[in-house]
Design a protein around this ligand. Structure first.
Ligand SMILES: Cc1cc2nc3c(=O)[nH]c(=O)nc-3n(C[C@H](O)[C@H](O)[C@H](O)COP(=O)(O)OP(=O)(O)OC[C@H]3O[C@@H](n4cnc5c(N)ncnc54)[C@H](O)[C@@H]3O)c2cc1C
Length: 590
């Protein structure tokens, strides 16, 4: 290898989804970027369910940094067409409550639908396909990438770092981003790992299965449960005191090509310590058998890869940013799979990190103060998700408590998602990437609306009510009543939602075009002063325009497919090669 092929501006250690997206963006902007992945592609990875803040954040990332391939991950239609038909659709988050030894009760479930087209729906990523796709996108933009190259050490010098691989190769880089996930090299080499300062204490057993039945075939009939979206077309959470199962099907739509379903059980570590002498598989099935409706769903299921059983799922690093290095969130901390926050925090970080790195390379100035924003907001989001998840484990004690607490999350999600949309709408009007600077300005920083004092106050006070219940200072009924009072007093709940009615267990309703318009109208004309003007200020035109574009593109694609098939039946010659999209090389030279 020539010497100049070993010297880079930025080295990204870890070629998962986070590392590959970063490498693609940096390479797109002329940064000399090295991407090192310890295994090969495709390879198994966990982190499969997206949330609206992930997909809205991906759209922002794609437009802000002009990497349209990232936008293919943002809606399920584009994902299936451009990336992999092995991915599943996520039209909802469903939460079904279970009592040991009893079939689930029709009225004990809640649901939060994801957005309909053109801004949704969300997806279940078969990560091996999605990560491999993004790895190739990074390479095609000019990143120098090596698979099967484990980084064993990084030595920092005054002007950069030497990256040492397991086969004793070395690379030089001015800056190192560790995107290595839980087993990242820098936290270990720099002694960053610490006892997780989190209230959440859980562990996980998970695998991939085939033959998992759609829950709609074993659940009570729709006329009784009343949820608007099929359970099997979303991420299904089976809740029980002290734990929950995830069911993430990849085989849940008519155009799907996968038969897989990701499943896992998460357990409160103190209530369910790791059993001595019981394997992961035995333990998984023991919990399945406790709940008849879950057992019915898994009746014919079998695992197609080894079960993984973790110790405490939470891990943490003292710091995220240092002199000439930083960690992506999953290399730094993790809370729990509940609410699928991992990729959302990663995408938020990539949005804030990429322009800082591009600028640092241009000025050859990697002063850690340039990256201080990341330290603050990554850690703040982990603290938020720790509160959200730990209180959820408390709320799993009782369906009514869950039914109240879960509404607080629907509100934080609404404001978090809308913050991203505000920036996207501004960009649509101006086509100026500076529109996205708003995402690093109050009240839009971070995720889940935490930067907005009203949202933060609602969240913190509701959290305190759940903790007071846990500590025996409030009864369950008192905690539930307090949360509903806080929701009402906050005035943050759109009047078109059923949030204040405990009987309405899908309080947001659905996010198809007309209900979306109603939220926008509420925001524009009827919302309180602390909402009006800052949220829901526009978007109807953007949504309308994108809906028309998506509809037109689908029509053209269908017609073109029929035309090609008919043509190929009669004729051998064609000019398809003349209609290929402009290559990345040519686009970048423009
Ligand atoms: C049980 C569980 C369930 C989860 N479920 C969800 C979910 O539903 N939704 C969600 O959004 N998030 C979820 N997450 C979080 C999600 O997995 C992460 O946020 C996401 O994978 C982060 O992507 P990444 O690319 O930063 O890291 P990873 O996907 O972990 O990729 C890290 C890569 O770095 C490579 N690597 C590591 N060390 C080295 C080295 N020394 N040298 C070279 N290469 C190296 C690895 O081989 C790997 O390919 C879950 C996490 C867990 C633990």
């Amino acid at each position: 290898m020539q010497e100049d092929q070993r010297v880079f501006d930025v080295a990204v250690v870890g070629g998962g989804l986070g590392g590959t997206m970063l490498a693609a963006i940096l390479a797109r902007h002329g940064v000399r970027v090295l991407l090192l992945e310890g295994s090969g592609h495709p390879r198994f990875a966990i982190g499969e369910s997206t949330v609206p803040e992930t997909t809205f954040g991906l759209r922002v990332l794609a437009r802000r940094y002009d990497v349209p391939e990232i936008e293919h991950l943002a809606t399920n239609g584009a994902l299936r067409r451009h990336v992999s038909s092995n991915c599943g659709v996520k039209r909802n988050f469903s939460f079904v409550y279970h009592r040991e030894g009893e079939p689930t009760r029709a009225e004990e479930c809640t649901q939060y639908p994801t957005w309909g087209p053109p801004l949704g729906p969300d997806s279940h990523y078969l990560r091996q396909d999605v990560d491999a796709y993004m790895f190739h996108v990074a390479v095609s933009y000019g990143a120098t990438a090596h698979t099967h190259t484990v980084v064993d050490d990084v030595k920092f010098e005054e002007n950069g770092a030497t990256i040492v691989t397991r086969d004793n190769g070395t690379f030089q880089a001015s800056y190192v981003v560790d995107a290595g996930g839980v087993r990242a090299v820098l936290p270990e080499r720099l002694g960053l790992r610490q006892e997780p300062p989190y209230r959440t204490r859980s562990r996980t057993v998970f695998t991939h299965m085939v033959n998992v039945r759609p829950f709609d075939t074993v659940a009570p009939p729709r006329r009784l449960h009343g949820m608007p979206s099929p359970f099997s077309q979303g991420t299904l959470h089976h809740l029980f005191p002290g734990g929950w199962f995830w069911v993430i099907p990849f085989d849940n739509h008519s155009a799907g090509t996968s038969e897989l379903c990701s499943v896992g059980v998460n357990l409160d570590l103190d209530r369910y310590p790791r059993p001595e002498g019981e394997g992961a598989e035995e333990e998984f099935w023991r919990h399945v058998r406790r709940f008849p409706s879950v057992a019915a769903q898994f009746e014919r299921a079998r695992a197609v890869r080894p079960y993984v059983s973790t110790d405490r799922t939470q891990f943490s690093s003292r710091t995220v940013v240092g002199d000439r290095w930083c960690l992506l969130p999953h290399a730094s901390d993790f809370i729990d799979p509940l609410f699928s926050s991992g990729l959302a925090v990663t995408v938020m970080t990539l949005n804030a990190l990429s322009h800082r790195l591009i600028d640092a390379v241009r000025h050859d100035d990697f002063d850690p103060t340039r990256f201080a924003y990341l330290e603050e907001w990554i850690k703040r989001m982990f603290r938020f998700y720790d509160d959200l998840v730990s209180c959820s484990y408390v709320a799993f004690d009782d369906f009514e408590l869950w039914n109240a607490w879960n509404r607080v999350w629907t509100i934080t999600t609404l404001y978090g998602t809308n913050a991203q949309n505000q920036a996207a709408v501004a960009f649509e009007k101006t086509h100026d990437p500076a529109s996205f600077d708003a995402l690093e300005t109050p009240p839009y920083r971070g995720l889940q609306g935490v930067d907005n004092p009203w949202v933060e106050q609602l969240f913190n006070r509701s959290r305190d009510a759940v903790l007071a219940y846990r500590d025996g200072q409030l009864t369950k009924d008192q905690a539930v009543e307090r949360i509903f009072t806080l929701l009402r007093e906050s005035e943050l709940c759109p009047a078109v939602w059923g949030t204040l009615d405990p009987e309405d267990r899908c309080p947001s309703g659905v996010f198809t075009l007309w209900p979306l318009m109603k939220i926008l109208l509420w925001g524009k004309f009827r919302s309180p002063r602390h909402v009006r003007g800052a949220y829901f200020t526009g978007g109807a035109r953007l949504v309308g325009k994108e809906a028309a574009q998506v509809y037109g593109a689908e029509l053209r694609r269908g017609v073109s497919q029929v035309h090609q098939t008919a043509r190929d039946m009669w004729c051998n010659w064609n000019r398809d090669w003349a209609h290929r999209p402009t290559s990345r090389d040519i686009r970048m030279k423009k």
